[in-house]
Write a protein that binds this ligand. Sequence first.
Ligand SMILES: N[C@@H](CCC(=O)N[C@@H](CS)C(=O)NCC(=O)O)C(=O)O
Length: 261
Amino acid sequence: MQPIKIYNGPHGQGPNPWKPIIMAAELGLPYEIVWIPYSEIKSEPYTSLNPNGRLPAMVDPNKNVTLWESGAIINYLIATYDKDLKLTYGDDRLEEKWLLQSWLMFQMSGQGPMFGQKIWFTHVHIEQNLQTAIDRYGTECKRILGVINDSLHKQRQKLRLTADEPVWLVGDKCTYADLSFVPWNTLLGTIFPSGALDLEKEFPEYFRWHADMARRPATKKVLELREEGIRTMKDTGDQVVERQKDARKLPAYEKSLGVKD
Ligand SMILES: N[C@@H](CCC(=O)N[C@@H](CS)C(=O)NCC(=O)O)C(=O)O
């Protein structure tokens, strides 16, 4: 099998490309990260891969499939390559199979956009300390953390799991729905700088859940790869803020949360 190409922007702080990369790694698929500077994603040839001019895009040479939007890429990888149902459920568990989609859609429409806007107004927006916007997105982020924390807690009670056992969004195993939240989780330190969030205290199930995912060997390796990129590669993210008239600067990188053991 030829490596599946997943496009990513140096130095790798942007979370969305890491979602399908985690899935490929967890499924044991050969993959290759194609690093493309942010200055090149708004024009051809990249916009032929992703008309939205954002990252990731995926090219699977084995099946002649090119896709964009991280959620669509995840669905493709699972439907095409997860025949052993390692990260999903089959039709014999129909409701659980489709509930995974509810959570993936929640990641795509809730966690990603709200966490992203909180970063924007906290660190990047040209008007500093725009408190109403910072508060609105901060409240939304915490609401989302609460939705997941409470759902995990309910699952723990429903499945009668002890405090030491891992708990997952749907059913009794870690799935692509859980893992899709990991890359944005690693930015929580940037989203809530200077102690504005004590994840372990305020959302203990969420904290545990992320730690349980971050220590999975395949996911851990991907997160380490991301951290290595951040450490060693030139950050081209400033090319994004250069073309944004309403931007001031990029946030300084905060150490990822939950990757340390
Ligand atoms: N919904 C899209 C979001 C893609 C996205 O915003 N990607 C960021 C990197 S994490 C990007 O390309 N930013 C560059 C820009 O906004 O110009 C997905 O999940 O694929």
